[in-house]
Ligand binder design. Structure first.
Ligand code: CTP
Length: 431
C-alpha cells in the first residue's frame, strides 16, 4: 500500500533533515533517535509511560556506547531524542474507527509530554517499506522503532511492525496496565449519561477504584501507582543541544530571566488547583499559560475524597487521584504535583509552596474562603480563560456521546483485542 504522505508531512520532513544536518555540524556525532508512532487518542499516562520507556531505551543505548558514535561521555549531555509519529485522523478512521480527539488536540497533548523531542504529524498507520527506509535514512535519522508489547495488526491482519522487526531495529516496551483509550471512551460515555442526570446515583457512580456500572465490560487490570513509577515520571529530563525542546526550554529560561529583571521580581510560584480528570489539550494550555507567568508551576491534583458526588453534586472523576496526577507529572509545563491535594487553598499551602499566584482549573470553583486566604497571604488569584481548547471533560464526553453508535462499534472490536492481549500477557521488564 502507498503510504499516506501529506504536504505538512513533507514540510516536517524537510525541517527534520535540516536539524539532522545541524546535529552533525554542531557535535560531530549523531544523537540516538528513537521513534514511537501511534494515535495517542485521549492521551493518557499509559501513553506517557510508553514515551518515557522509549527515551530510556535510547539513554541505555548511549550510556553503553550503543549509539552511532558511542557514548554519552562528553559533558554529560543527554544525546538522545524521542521522535513521535502521530497517525493522521484519516488513517485512524480507516484502521481503527473514529478518533475522539482531532489531530490538533492530539499534537498539543503529545508535544507537552516531557520526554518528547519532536513530532512528525500525519504519519501513515502502516509502517511500509518505503516509510521505514525514510525513517532510517538521513532525512529522519531514526535508530530504532519502539512499540508496546501489545500486538498491533493492520486491517489485513498482518503485524504492523514486521519490517523494522526483520531489520533488527525494533524494541519492545511494557504496555502500561489498566488504562487504554478504549477504557476511557467507555468511561466518557458513562459520564456523559450520568451528568445528564446529576441527581441520579445510578450510572457511572463509582470512580475507577470501585464498583462499575454493568453496562460496559471491563478488564480486571488496574493501574499500579508504584513509588518507582512516580520517581521515574518526576525525574528531570535533559535535552540534547540539537533537540527542538532544548531551543524551546532555553528560550523560555531567557524570557523569564528578562521579565524578572524588568519587573525586579522575586521567585514566583503558581499553584494550580483542579481535578485534572482526563488530562487534555485544555489542561496543557492552562499549565503552559501558568508557566509563562511564574518561575514554578505546582499542579494541585485534588484528592478523590473531595470529589465525591455528595461533595460536588457531579459524577465523581473517571480516574483516581494517582492516575490523574501521573498525567500532570508527565507534562513539561508542570514543575511539581501534589498528589491528592485539598480542594481549598489554605494558609499552610501558601507558606509550604511560597505561593505567589493561584489558578483554579474551574474559575467558578473559587470560594469566599479562598479569596480570604489569598488576601491574607498576598497571593494573587489569576483567571486563565480557555483559549483554543476546552478543558471540560464534558465537552469531550459529549463528542463521544454524539457518535455513540460508531464508538460502540469501535469499542467492541478493541475490547476483543485487549482481552486477547491480557490473556497472552507475560512479564516484560519496565525500564
Ligand atoms: N501504550 C502503552 N500502554 C497503554 C496504551 C498504549 O504502552 N496502556 C503504547 C502502545 O503500545 C503504543 C503507544 O502507546 O506503543 C501508542 O499507542 P496507540 O497507537 O495510541 O494505541 P493503542 O495501543 O491502541 O493504545 P490505546 O489502547 O490506549 O488506544
Amino acid at each position: 500500500m502507498i503510504p499516506f504522505v501529506s504536504s505538512s508531512f513533507l514540510l516536517v520532513g524537510a525541517v527534520a533533515l535540516l536539524r539532522a544536518k545541524k546535529t552533525l555540524k554542531k557535535t560531530g556525532r549523531k544523537v540516538f533517535r528513537v521513534y514511537v508512532d501511534g494515535c495517542f487518542d485521549l492521551m493518557h499516562f499509559g501513553h506517557a509511560n510508553a514515551l518515557r520507556q522509549a527515551r530510556a531505551i535510547a539513554s541505555f543505548q548511549t550510556s553503553t556506547g550503543g549509539g552511532k558514535e558511542g557514548g554519552d561521555a562528553e559533558g554529560g549531555e543527554a544525546e538522545v531524542e524521542l521522535i513521535v509519529g502521530l497517525v493522521s485522523d484519516e488513517e485512524i478512521l480507516r484502521c481503527k474507527g473514529p478518533p475522539v480527539l482531532p489531530e490538533q488536540e492530539r499534537v498539543k497533548c503529545v508535544r507537552a509530554v516531557k520526554w518528547v523531542d519532536d513530532i512528525i504529524a500525519n504519519v501513515p498507520y502502516e509502517l511500509t517499506k518505503e516509510f521505514v527506509e525514510e525513517l532510517f535514512s538521513e532525512k529522519y535519522g531514526i535508530d530504532c522503532i519502539v512499540h508496546g508489547d501489545d500486538p498491533c495488526y493492520l486491517p489485513d491482519g498482518t503485524d504492523a511492525y514486521a519490517i523494522p522487526k526483520a531489520l533488527g531495529k525494533y524494541r519492545e516496551i511494557k504496555r502500561t496496565e489498566g488504562v487504554s483509550t478504549t477504557d476511557l471512551v467507555a468511561r466518557l460515555l458513562e459520564y456523559a449519561d450520568a451528568s445528564e442526570n446529576t441527581t441520579s446515583k445510578s450510572a457511572g457512580d463509582e470512580s475507577s477504584g470501585g464498583k462499575r456500572s454493568e453496562k460496559n465490560e471491563r478488564h480486571e487490570a488496574r493501574f499500579c501507582t508504584t513509588a518507582s513509577r512516580i520517581a521515574q515520571f518526576a525525574a528531570k529530563v535533559s535535552y540534547s543541544k540539537t533537540s527542538k525542546m532544548h531551543e524551546e526550554t532555553e528560550k523560555r529560561k531567557t524570557d523569564k530571566k528578562q521579565r524578572k529583571n524588568e519587573k525586579n521580581e522575586e521567585t514566583t510560584c503558581c499553584y494550580v488547583v483542579g481535578a485534572f480528570d482526563v488530562f487534555n489539550a485544555g489542561h496543557v494550555e492552562l499549565l503552559e499559560e501558568c508557566s509563562f507567568v511564574a518561575d514554578k508551576v505546582v499542579c494541585a491534583v485534588i484528592a478523590d475524597e473531595y470529589l465525591t458526588r455528595d461533595q460536588t453534586n457531579q459524577p465523581p472523576p473517571m480516574l483516581n487521584q494517582s492516575e490523574r496526577a501521573m498525567s500532570a507529572i508527565a507534562c513539561r509545563h508542570c514543575d511539581d504535583v501534589v498528589v491528592g491535594a485539598p480542594a481549598r487553598l489554605t494558609d499552610d499551602i501558601c507558606k509550604t509552596f511560597n505561593v505567589t499566584a493561584v489558578v483554579f482549573e474551574d474559575d467558578d470553583a473559587v470560594t469566599e474562603r479562598d479569596r480570604n486566604v489569598c488576601e491574607k497571604n498576598g497571593v494573587q488569584i489569576l483567571s486563565v480563560k480557555e483559549r483554543v481548547f476546552s478543558r471540560k471533560k464534558l465537552t469531550i464526553a459529549k463528542r463521544v456521546q454524539a457518535n455513540r453508535a460508531l464508538f460502540e462499534e469501535r469499542q467492541k472490536r478493541k475490547m476483543a483485542s485487549e482481552k486477547a492481549y491480557y490473556e497472552q500477557k507475560a512479564f516484560v521488564a519496565e525500564d
